[in-house]
Design a protein around this ligand. Structure first.
Ligand code: GLC
Length: 427
C-alpha cells in the first residue's frame, strides 16, 4: 500500500484540529482545473443562493430583507433537501456542469477541501476578501484550504445533549451515567437515547463523537488514521451495546437529524444528541411535547464531558458565477452581526462571531449559549482532505455494519482504518 498522502495536522489554540491534505503532485485529486477565478469579479445582477432545507425558517426572511434593499441584485433561494449527502451530491453535479447559477452555496465544513481542490470555489482574497478577524478560529479554518479562505463561515455547529428536565434531575456527564439513567426511560415507557445513525454524514459525526468521547480519535496527531486502538473500540462498542440492549431504539438506525428531533419532540425519547437548531423548534413548535422541559448539556464522555464533531456551514461563491461582486456582498451580509443575531434568536443556530457568545442580551434570551460555546471550542474536526468522500464512506459503512451487528466493532474499525488509508493514498 502506498503511504497515505496526509500532511501534518495543524493544532489550534483550544481546539484539536487535525488536518489531512493531499501532497503536492499526488494523484486522485485535482488541485488545478475548475473555473476562472479572475472572471466576473465586477459582475452585478441577480444571483441564486443554494442551501439545504431551511428547517429553522431563517433564510427566506433574510433573502426578503436583502431583496428589498437590492432590487437589481435580487437573490433567489434554491432550497435543497435536509440530507447532508444529497446536498453534497447536488452541489457536485452543478459544479461539474459549470452551472453559472449556483452563485452562492452553503458548504458544509467537511466539503471545503474537496470543492476547493477541484477549483470550484472562488478564493476569498484580494478584492474578494471577507474579514474573518472576529470569527471563531475553527470556523475560519473549516472554510479554508491550504491557507486560503474559500468559504466564509456563516453558522457553526456543535453537538448538544438534549434531555428531559422533568424526568432527569441531574444531567449525566458520562456515557455510563447516561446509560444508567435509561431505567428512567423504561419506567416512563419511552425510549432512552438517540442520535443520527442512518448511513450518511450524520453517522460519521455520531461514530466519531463516540470514538472521541471514549478517549480515542479518528486520526492521530500526525493526521494518520488511528482506529485500531482500545479507546476507539470502547467508543464504537458503546453504541453497539446500546443498540443491542435497546437503550438506543431499533428505529434510530434510520434517523437523520429531523427524524430524531421529531422522536424527541413527540416525547418518545429521554435523551437526544443533536445540533443547536433543535432548541428553537422544540421550544416553539405548537406540537412539541417537550417545550417546557427541555434540558441542554454537553455530550457525555468517558470520565466527564465528551467531544463533539465540529459541524457548521460556510458560504462559498462559485467560480462559474457571472455576478461575483453581488455574490460577495451577499456573503458579507450573511456573516454580518445583524444577520448572525437573527440566525441565533430565530433559528438557534450557532453564531460564528465570538463576541455574540458573551453578549449579555443574547445570553439572557438563549441561556444555552455557554454550553454551545464549550461544545464548539472542544469540538474535533472531521478529517480535512480533498478525499473526504472516500473517508466518510469508510467511516459510515463500517460503523453502520457494526451497529447492525454485521461486523464486530473491532473488525469494523480495522476495515475503517484500511479504507481510510487507501483513500488517503488516492488509490
Ligand atoms: C449538520 C452539521 C454538518 C454535518 C451534518 C451531518 O448540518 O452542521 O457539519 O455534516 O449536520 O448531517
Amino acid at each position: 500500500m502506498k503511504t497515505p498522502k496526509f500532511l501534518l495536522p495543524v493544532a489550534t489554540v483550544g481546539v484539536l484540529a487535525l488536518t489531512l491534505s493531499a501532497c503536492a503532485g499526488g494523484g486522485g485529486t485535482t488541485d488545478s482545473g475548475g473555473g476562472d477565478a479572475a472572471a466576473n469579479l465586477e459582475g452585478r445582477g441577480p444571483i441564486t443562493y443554494v442551501q439545504g432545507k431551511d428547517n429553522s425558517n431563517v433564510v427566506r426572511p433574510l433573502v426578503d430583507k436583502w431583496n428589498a434593499a437590492h432590487p437589481n441584485e435580487k437573490v433567489t433561494f434554491k432550497e435543497q433537501t435536509d440530507s447532508a449527502d444529497q446536498q453534497h451530491d447536488d452541489l457536485v453535479q452543478n459544479y461539474q456542469s459549470k452551472n453559472a447559477n449556483y452563485d452562492v452555496a452553503s458548504v458544509d465544513v467537511v466539503w471545503t477541501a474537496e470543492f476547493a481542490a477541484k477549483g470550484w470555489l472562488q478564493p476569498l482574497k484580494d478584492t474578494m476578501a471577507v474579514d474573518t478577524s472576529a470569527m471563531l478560529k475553527p470556523t475560519v479554518e473549516a472554510g479554508s484550504y491550504k491557507g486560503t479562505l474559500y468559504a466564509a463561515p456563516v453558522s457553526s455547529d456543535g453537538g448538544i445533549l438534549y434531555y428531559r428536565k422533568d424526568l432527569v434531575p441531574t444531567p449525566p456527564k458520562t456515557w455510563d451515567e447516561m446509560m444508567g439513567m435509561c431505567s428512567i426511560a423504561k419506567t416512563n415507557n419511552i425510549d432512552c437515547y438517540s442520535g443520527q445513525f442512518k448511513q450518511y454524514e450524520g453517522l460519521t459525526v455520531n461514530a466519531s463523537e463516540a470514538i472521541n468521547s471514549a478517549g480515542g480519535s479518528v486520526l492521530n496527531s500526525d493526521g494518520k488514521p488511528n482506529l485500531n486502538t482500545p479507546e476507539a473500540k470502547a467508543g464504537l462498542e458503546n453504541l453497539v451495546a446500546a443498540f443491542k440492549d435497546g437503550n438506543i431504539p431499533e428505529q434510530a438506525i434510520t434517523y437523520q437529524e429531523e427524524e430524531s428531533r421529531r422522536a424527541f419532540q413527540d416525547g418518545n425519547l429521554l435523551f437526544l444528541r443533536n445540533w443547536p437548531y433543535v432548541y428553537n423548534l422544540a421550544s416553539t413548535e405548537g406540537s412539541s411535547k417537550v417545550k417546557d422541559v427541555l434540558g441542554m448539556t454537553a455530550l457525555p464522555g468517558k470520565d466527564g464531558p465528551g467531544a463533539s464533531s465540529l459541524g457548521g456551514h460556510s458560504a462559498a461563491i462559485s467560480v462559474y458565477s457571472k455576478n461575483k461582486a453581488t455574490a460577495l456582498d451577499f456573503v458579507k451580509f450573511l456573516t454580518a452581526e445583524e444577520q448572525q443575531k437573527f440566525f441565533a434568536t430565530q433559528g438557534s443556530l450557532a453564531p460564528v462571531l465570538g463576541a455574540l457568545y458573551e453578549d449579555q442580551a443574547l445570553v439572557s434570551k438563549l441561556p444555552y449559549l455557554p454550553v454551545l460555546k464549550t461544545s464548539i471550542e472542544n469540538a474535533v474536526p472531521r478529517p480535512v482532505t480533498p478525499f473526504y468522500p472516500a473517508v466518510t464512506k469508510a467511516i459510515q459503512e463500517n460503523a453502520y455494519a457494526a451497529l447492525k451487528g454485521d461486523k464486530t466493532a473491532e473488525k469494523a474499525l480495522a476495515d475503517m482504518q484500511a479504507s481510510i488509508e487507501s483513500a488517503g493514498a488516492g488509490s
